[in-house]
Write a protein that binds this ligand. Sequence first.
Ligand code: PLP
Length: 220
Amino acid sequence: MPSIADNLAQILQGLRPETRLVAVTKTKPTNLLTEAYEAGARLFGENKVQEMVAKYEELPKDIEWHMIGHLQTNKVKYMAPFVSLVHSVDSFKLLKEINKEAKKNDRVIDCILQIYIAKEETKFGLSEEEALEIITSAELAALTNVRIVGLMGMASNTDDPDVVRAEFRGLKNTFESFKTYENGQVMMRELSMGMSGDYLIAQEEGSTLVRVGSAIFGSR
Ligand SMILES: *Cc1c(COP(=O)(O)O)cnc(C)c1O
């Protein structure tokens, strides 16, 4: 069986330097995270706040912790001292809460808006219109402790690569069109798309951050 280091090396071989790899470590014990760390991984993605906090406390402090899962506002305070990027902002209310907790910690937290791109029913994510409302909102300027640095999307769970590619391409188009609204607080710098099954397609369609779990750590 290939090791975590083997898997990381194999994935990195297929990625361009401008496509960064977020190792999705959710549900995995810290000894496996340490193995990935020792193989050079520094960007770790988690989808539950408590789990991320526990692992943050245990592991080296040069790890960048990325929140990739749906967030409840009452949990934001626990990760605000250290989280480096939140990929899953899906409401203005959540953005306000992140701002409030970032301010208490005297930090600016980088946030990515999660856009709903899959055809299937999913619970989370903004429509393109809702995302546009947030980035053009007059209220946003008051949120001095958050920045919006890009967009995230998850493609449909399908074996049809054409469907996946079309969804990623649509998100890339939205990302490009939102560059019109860039200012000190809004910048379209990160396009977070691609998981174990579709990260190469995502890279071809312009992803800057791929979020890969099972291809590194095995199935969950
Ligand atoms: C779990 C998860 C991933 C990684 O999924 P794999 O298929 O294991 O690579 C990526 N993004 C999000 C938002 C996730 O929840």
